[in-house]
Structure formats: C-alpha cells, structure tokens
Ligand binder design. Structure first.
Ligand SMILES: Nc1ncnc2c1ncn2[C@@H]1O[C@H](COP(=O)(O)OP(=O)(O)OP(=O)(O)O)[C@@H](O)[C@H]1O
Ligand SMILES: [Mg+2]
Length: 145
C-alpha cells in the first residue's frame, strides 16, 4: 500500500483505529523517520485522543489509559539488552489493552508472534510503502476501511 504523505499516514492510522480490538498488538518496523510515530498519532486520534503524542524514544513506554481500548505506545529503539523488556511491565497490559510497538526487532527475538506486523519503507519520491504480515486474528479486518 502506498501512503503519499504525512496527512495520508495520519488518515491510515485513523482507519486502523476503526479496526482495533482489545488485546491487539501492532508492531511498526522501518527506518528512522519512516513515519511510525505519525501512524500512531493517527491511530490515537481515531480512538479519541486529543493532545500531544510524544515519541516514546526515551520513556520507552507511553500509556494512554483513558482511551477505550487503552493503548500502550512503546518504542524499543534504545533497548540495548532484550532483558530490559521485562522491566517495562508490558505483561500488565493484559487482554484489554492494545500494544503498539516501534522497533520490535530490538527485542532480540519475535516477542509478539501474534502481532499485526506493519513495515514502512521510504520510496524515492518521499512517499511510504506499507506492507503487512496479517495474523489470523486480523482476517476480515485487513485492510482497514
Ligand atoms: N508518507 C509519509 N508518511 C509519514 N511521514 C512522512 C511521510 N512523508 C514524509 N513524512 C515525514 O517523515 C517524518 C516521520 O517521522 P516519524 O516520527 O513518524 O518517524 P518514525 O518512523 O517514528 O521515526 P523513529 O524511528 O525516529 O521513531 C515526519 O517528519 C513526517 O512529516
Ligand atoms: Mg517514532
């Protein structure tokens, strides 16, 4: 799928919000500035979040627990040792929350085999190409409309 600019990425995130369910995990791969956080901004806006969406590059985890479903936005870019993952408390998200993870490959192994795994690639003209690995749980919900 081709996503031509930042506005289109926000719009895609909003559409994804319409398909999201409690317990979902969405991973976002792609190089620096590919648009991962931008997609999350659209997703959170679609779930009713108003206000800022800081990149959790330093905090690692940014909870949005007033939303329904509640969302935990995670950025593993600065994780140096996959063991640090255990300290983030992500297991507490449980079946009711949604986990959105940038840089999932920094967890060292496929920590979320059940995830909707999205990858962004920067094209020559600045647009982004989005590809998805769609798990069984997302059949019938992908692509979001
Ligand atoms: N098609 C596009 N989709 C998303 N962002 C785009 C697009 N074209 C240009 N941009 C720009 O690229 C940048 C994307 O930044 P963003 O923080 O979303 O990236 P990121 O993948 O989260 O980076 P990081 O790995 O540093 O967290 C923004 O400045 C945005 O305006
Ligand atoms: Mg980011």
């Amino acid at each position: 799928m081709r996503i031509k600019d930042e506005k289109a990425m926000l719009a895609f995130g909003r559409k994804l919000a319409g398909a999201i369910r409690p317990g979902d995990v969405v991973t976002l791969s792609g190089p620096l500035s590919a648009g991962k956080t931008t997609l999350v901004r659209g997703l959170l806006a679609g779930l009713g979040h108003r206000g800022e969406v800081p990149s959790p590059s330093f905090a690692l985890v940014q909870p949005y627990d007033m939303l329904r479903p509640p969302v935990w936005h995670v950025d593993l870019y600065r994780i140096e040792d996959p063991a640090e993952l255990d300290e983030l408390g992500l297991d507490d998200v449980g079946g009711e929350g949604v986990l959105v993870v940038e840089w999932p490959e920094h967890s060292g192994h496929r920590a979320w085999p059940q995830a909707l795994a999205l990858s962004l690639e920067v094209l020559d003209d600045g647009a982004r190409a989005l590809t998805a690995r769609v798990p069984a749980a997302w059949e019938g919900r992908w692509p979001p409309r």
